[in-house]
Design a protein around this ligand. Structure first.
Ligand code: IMP
Ligand code: ZN
Length: 381
């Protein structure tokens, strides 16, 4: 990694903040900020604990501990009204971070007074009602939890397919998620879903060569994480060759992997192989609330650690659109937006940032750096 000044990091972060971005891997209940949790009635002490765990600069935690963090959200999101508030707030956060296309995913949950159908209805309503309509296009991916039994997942799929018929332009995909150290991947369920929905599967988050082979052979439209796929990262040569044949786009979530302890450091992150071999991938947040990140931060981290010029990450964003579950027409519109931004805004922002830095006094810079430090893990970059 090259040595850079904080000033350079700020400039890059500003570029990525302004860049219209695409988020393909964001779990609703992992994406809540403390402010949203507070709004939903989370106690002060629970928020303080959450903050302590999520705002400390990356340290390794066990997967079990990471999965425990979702309980803060589940303790307060128990009614359709709270699901609605949570979804609206998350959409708003992404819109403010200049995300122009969001695929939000969530596992339908039932509770006293709320069926799984009510849950899905509440998220669909939030997607339809949000105030940032002209800024961000939102689609919904419904998740199956790998810890659930095959029968339970079959039932969940029935509901998901029924809801898709009702909201075909919103419900676009299905996902397999949950603690990768537990449960299973059931091909037959995804075979059925494939006829109607885009498929994305959390894959190789931990070492599990036989399951990874089954997932790759099945051939989802995208995979999440792919941490233990490359042989240098503990994957088998056979699976890596299979992956290279299929070139399934990867949803890459750097900070999530670091904080969950499945990747040692940013420099060691497996995205390096995707960059070097020009394999398809997109940068995602996974759980921006739980891991204290934003999409802008994730872009800045890739830029810093892998020395990619901003234009390359613009191109990565442009290509990500073709891996999305949006309609062909929507994809075209999004790609047009990105091209317009590149032609009009890219040169302006590059020169504005340059001029701004030339004109700052050292005192101004100190204040800016202070502000920026709260936004980006400068000490970890
Ligand atoms: P929800 O589906 O909206 O409730 O989002 C939180 C849930 O997503 C968690 O309880 C997990 O089941 C799942 N999840 C979030 N992050 C990950 C991940 O990195 N790997 C696997 N599952 C995840
Ligand atoms: Zn995930």
């Amino acid at each position: 990694m090259k040595v850079v000044s904080r000033r350079q990091i700020m400039a890059e972060s500003e570029y990525f903040k302004q860049l219209p971005k695409v988020e393909l891997h964001a779990h609703l209940n992992g994406s809540l900020t403390e402010k949203t949790l507070e709004k939903l009635g989370c106690s002060e002490s629970a928020i303080a604990e959450y903050e302590k765990l999520t705002r400390t600069a990356p340290t390794s935690r066990s997967l079990q501990e990471c999965f425990g963090l979702f309980s803060q959200a589940y303790n307060v999101i128990k009614s359709p009204e709270s699901v609605y508030v949570a979804a609206r707030n998350v959409i708003e956060d992404f819109a403010k971070d200049n995300v122009i296309y969001l695929e939000l995913r969530t596992t339908p949950r039932a509770n006293v007074g709320m069926t799984k159908e009510d849950y899905i209805e509440a998220v669909v309503k939030a997607i339809g009602d949000h105030e940032y309509k002209n800024k961000i296009l939102v689609k919904l991916i419904l998740s199956l939890d790998r810890r659930h039994s095959k029968e339970e997942s079959e039932k969940a799929l029935e509901l998901i397919l029924r809801m898709r018929e009702k909201y075909p332009s919103v419900i676009k995909g299905i996902d397999l998620c949950g603690n990768p150290e537990e449960g299973d991947f059931h091909e037959t369920i995804f075979e059925k879903a494939k006829q109607f929905l885009g498929i994305t599967i959390h894959c190789a988050e931990v070492k599990n060569d036989s399951e990874v082979e089954r997932i790759l052979m099945f051939g989802p439209n995208r995979i999440g994480h792919g941490t233990y796929l490359h042989p240098e990262h503990g994957g088998s040569q056979k699976n890596w060759e299979l992956y290279l044949e299929k070139k399934i786009p990867l949803e890459c979530c750097l900070t999530s992997n670091i904080i969950c302890g499945t990747t040692k450091s940013y420099q060691d992150h497996h995205v390096r192989h995707w960059l070097d071999l020009k394999l398809p991938f997109s940068i995602c947040t996974d759980d921006k609330g739980v891991f204290g990140t934003t999409l802008t931060k994730e872009y800045t981290l890739v830029q810093r650690h892998f020395d990619k010029i901003p234009e390359n990450l613009w191109k990565m964003t442009y290509d990500s659109i073709s891996h999305s579950f949006a309609s062909e027409r929507e994809k075209q519109d999004l790609q047009d937006q990105l091209i317009r931004w590149f032609n009009v805004c890219h040169p302006k922002i590059v020169s504005t940032i340059q001029n701004a830095y030339n004109n700052y006094t050292p005192a101004d810079l100190d204040i800016l750096l202070e502000e920026h430090q709260r936004d980006v893990y400068i000490n970890d970059i």
